[in-house]
Ligand binder design. Structure first.
Ligand SMILES: NC(=O)c1ccc[n+]([C@@H]2O[C@H](COP(=O)([O-])OP(=O)(O)OC[C@H]3O[C@@H](n4cnc5c(N)ncnc54)[C@H](O)[C@@H]3O)[C@@H](O)[C@H]2O)c1
Length: 266
């Protein structure tokens, strides 16, 4: 089940913001374990090196690529590098993204633009340059990363651009899926809920937690109906499923990985 033998996967943001497992890093490693050859893309050389070390250390095949996924020329070059190295591209995971706080009134226009570029344009560019390769192959699977922030808003902690861009991911996914449904290319979204990734200790503790990591983790755990945040492996397994042949009849949809948050009474 869920084997990716013979497939080539490009995972963007294949490192993590701090020590531990981010969604992209876990996805890249899991796909390699399942038999894919992986192009691990990140804009930081040390992140690429770390993920490559993990994958190769387990005896699997991977190549690294340093690129900023908000820049068209760099995304185009990354896809070309993947094809040059591995001869094909079967799976694209558009994982790069992140939130910046602010409401419609308080957010600077430049921050809005940066968030849209970071979260939505990045995924658009990935699709734009991967699709011709997948079309030529007659098959491919794209998985885009959204966020529970697209579906559930907080009155006291708005991040308007993050929510809007992550909601945009849902429409981008459906549009790409419909345009390519008869061409053997599927496109789906994974929607993470509150996850315990390095982001929590690395950034959120400073931003929201008054530097009290234990209190912030307890608060986030308590918000989840299942009683605990998920982690990067929960996301990686969902991405793996949607990218795999076992999901061959699934396109243009979303898989929520949120411990029940979106089903709960507020
Ligand atoms: N962590 C969570 O709790 C959570 C919750 C909901 C959604 N998500 C989504 O999951 C995805 C991954 O989140 P994460 O917290 O695991 O990631 P992360 O913040 O740990 O970042 C992953 C990697 O992306 C790289 N990166 C950053 N900007 C880049 C760029 N412009 N080009 C290329 N690489 C870049 C970083 O160097 C890092 O190694 C994001 O789309 C995020 O919005 C995460």
């Amino acid at each position: 089940m869920l084997r990716l033998d013979g497939k080539v996967a490009l995972v963007t943001g294949a490192g993590s913001a701090g020590p531990g497992w981010g969604n992209g890093k876990a996805t890249a490693v899991l796909m390699a374990r399942q038999g894919a050859r992986v192009l691990a893309l990140d804009n930081r050389a040390e992140a690429v090196e770390e993920t490559l070390g993990l994958i190769r250390g387990e005896g699997h095949e991977a190549e690294g690529h340093i690129a900023d996924v908000t820049l068209a020329a760099e995304v185009e070059a990354a896809v070309a590098a993947c094809v040059a190295r591995f001869g094909r591209l079967d799976i694209l995971v558009n994982n790069v993204g992140g939130s910046f706080p602010g409401g419609a009134e308080s957010m600077a226009e430049a921050d809005w633009d940066r968030q849209l570029d970071f979260n939505l344009r990045s995924a658009f560019l990935g699709c734009k340059y991967a699709l011709p390769v997948m079309k030529a192959q007659g098959r491919g699977a794209i998985v885009n990363l959204s966020s529970i922030a697209a579906l559930r808003m907080s009155a006291d902690r708005p991040h308007v651009a993050y929510s809007a861009s992550k909601y945009g991911i849902l429409a981008l996914t459906k549009s790409v899926a419909m345009e390519h449904a008869r061409l053997g290319i599927r496109c789906n979204t994974v929607i993470p809920g509150l996850m315990h990734t390095p982001l929590v200790e690395h950034r959120l503790v400073r931003q929201l937690g008054a530097n009290d990591a234990a209190a912030l983790i307890a608060k986030r755990d308590a918000q989840v109906p299942m009683g605990k945040m998920g982690d990067a492996w929960d996301i990686a397994h969902a991405v793996l499923f949607l990218a795999s042949d076992e999901a061959r009849h699934i396109t243009g949809t979303e898989l929520l990985v949120d411990g029940g948050i979106s089903a709960a009474m507020p």
